[in-house]
Design a protein around this ligand. Structure first.
Ligand code: MN
Length: 297
């Protein structure tokens, strides 16, 4: 199933070229704050599945082209992100190719939840003169069940689904969380594809284009820390909650983006987003004025 958030925090499922509103079935009030409807829906999904399937069969929806898709998740408990997780990207970033420099040795970081944006939202570049802002094409994992200390062998049982994810970043040596947490620096979507639609976690392929030119292309078979290991590593530290997002790291081909660019991300079996890059008016700060060597991920 492809689950969406649309038209002001409504929850829906894709049925062909239609969107079927599940807000009532999910017991979600789109006007509630904080907007945790999808998190609650994911938590109750297995109980609600028969009703969701019945709604899908009934198929009474509105055309997908007539709704505005939003970030499928707005208010997760956390976004966990893995750095330098493909061999070719590490070489590109001129890190030492030893385990210490990889995700296997470095662990993970967090990205602000407020950086989430949706498939129709522009990526807003803050005015940080002299700095490069890069795209990182990533697979996003959506957690479905609470868990701590999850073994590799059990990891797939806590995965709810997958989404396309861009991990935008200002290159430099300031704290990674700050460089990656601007509003709109974590577009996700266009929907969450439930895990039952993805047959093999080691054969998920993704691509990213800038203005139609292919820049990144990879398969999860080339991950250094594979999907089960990401879940066991992160759940060793923190309890994973339904709706948590894991950004799985980017392959080679990262590069600077500019206002006016269109970034297109496509993951086979999941979906595609075409995102506009615009110059933002907010976000200038003197912290960015010091010249830095722009090599760190
Ligand atoms: Mn990344």
């Amino acid at each position: 199933m492809k689950l969406v958030t649309f038209d002001g925090n409504k929850i829906g499922v894709i049925a062909g070229d239609q969107v079927v509103d599940l807000s009532q079935i999910a017991g979600v009030d789109p006007a509630q704050w904080p907007p945790v409807g999808m998190v609650q829906f994911i938590n109750r999904f297995e109980d609600l599945r028969p009703q969701v399937e019945a709604a899908l069969q009934a198929g009474q929806g509105q055309p997908l082209t007539a709704v505005r898709l939003e970030a499928p998740l707005r208010w997760p408990n956390k976004i966990i992100a893995f750095p330098a997780n493909y061999h070719d990207h590490i070489s590109e970033m001129k890190e030492n190719v030893v385990s210490k420099a990889t995700a296997k040795g470095q662990g993970f970081f967090l990205k602000a939840n407020s950086s989430l944006s949706g498939p129709r939202d522009p990526i807003l570049l803050p005015p940080v003169a002299g700095r490069e802002i890069h795209h990182e094409c990533e697979l996003g994992i959506i957690i479905g069940r609470r868990g701590r200390g999850i073994a590799d062998a059990d990891a797939s049982s806590v995965i709810f689904g997958f989404t396309c994810l861009l991990d935008m970043v200002i290159r430099g040596q300031e704290e990674r969380v700050m460089r990656k947490s601007y509003d709109s620096f974590c577009p996700i979507g266009p929907w969450i594809v439930t895990a039952d639609e993805i047959a093999d976690l080691t054969q998920i392929t993704m691509r990213l284009w800038v203005n139609g030119e292919l820049r990144q292309s990879a398969s999860t078979r080339d991950l250094i820390v594979d999907i089960p290991s990401m879940i066991s590593m992160s759940s060793a530290v923190c309890t994973l909650e339904p709706g948590d997002i894991i950004a799985t790291g980017t392959p080679a081909g990262v590069g600077p983006v500019q206002a006016g660019d269109t970034l297109s991300i496509e993951i086979d079996g999941i979906g595609r987003m075409d995102l506009q890059v615009e110059a933002g008016t907010q976000g200038a700060h003197s912290v960015w004025s010091a010249p830095k060597i722009a090599t760190r991920a």
